[in-house]
Design a protein around this ligand. Structure first.
Ligand SMILES: [Zn+2]
Length: 250
């Protein structure tokens, strides 16, 4: 599952490729929008909210194309006339302008909605760690509203704060020396942890460095065997990687 930083990179790529341009062709390859046609409309912008992508398009009406990458989705931008970097049968959306062809492959969500209904799909999200309206106090308030929840699970709950997936939940736990099962109310300096993970997301940490514990067999600091535990409600468990030596239980 892509993390907030990967989703933000995708939003930037789409924004650079499409914004301000007129759509010459659109193709929505999902049953509920198979007949939709936004050609002639102008792409205003693409923004990310947590892990959601919102592409705003103005035609005779103000639309938002809401997409979500989920587990294996991606958006690729191609020059017109060039072959796609992905199989055609995996394409769910095609947005074409004179300069670019953006194709969304294997997207988890493809939903076209009136702009004023954006809140229906992203209004439930907690403050966006990478958003222009980031609100640390509100994120902390939401995190501490259920102080007994394991910190790993709370950090991944997009309704508390948006943008953290399993990679960053594991890595920030390591960096801060906090075991994943620690109740969020017992994390020694929660504001510092939240600031740290935000900084890591901003720096694209997971791309620019070797990870400490996520998907590692041995802790990269001390060599202890990395533990792998499941957290989360039944059916939605996620894997936590952590070092029992560097992240003592409290
Ligand atoms: Zn260690």
């Amino acid at each position: 599952m892509p993390e907030g930083d990967a989703v933000r990179r995708t939003a930037r790529r789409l924004d650079r490729a499409l914004s301000g341009q007129v759509l010459t062709r659109t193709d929505f390859r999902v049953p509920q929008h198979a007949t939709a046609d936004l050609s002639g409309g102008t792409v205003v912008e693409t923004v990310s909210r947590g892990k959601h992508l919102l592409t705003r398009i103005e035609s005779e009406q103000r639309w938002t194309l809401h997409t979500h990458l989920k587990m294996e989705g991606s958006w690729r931008v191609h020059a017109p006339g060039r072959s796609w970097r992905g199989p055609s049968h995996d394409a769910r959306v095609v947005l074409e302008t004179e300069r670019a062809v953006a194709v969304g492959f294997r997207l988890g969500v493809v939903e076209l909605l009136p702009r004023d209904r954006e809140d229906d799909v992203v209004g439930h999200l907690g403050p966006d760690l990478l958003g222009p309206d980031w609100d640390e106090a509100e994120a902390l308030r939401r995190l501490l509203a259920e102080p007994d929840r394991p910190v790993f699970e709370a950090l991944r709950d997009q309704t508390l704060l948006a943008g953290i997936g399993t990679v960053y939940a594991a890595e920030v736990g390591f960096v801060m020396g906090v075991a994943p099962q620690t109740p969020v109310g017992k994390v020694p300096d929660l504001p510092r942890l939240v600031r740290r993970v935000r900084q890591m997301l901003e720096q694209d940490w997971s791309r620019s460095r070797q990870l400490w514990v996520y998907r590692q067999r041995l802790c990269r600091r001390c060599g202890t065997t990395v533990r792998v535990d499941l957290f989360g409600p039944p059916g939605m468990e996620r894997t936590a990687y952590w070092c029992p030596a560097c992240q003592p239980s409290r």
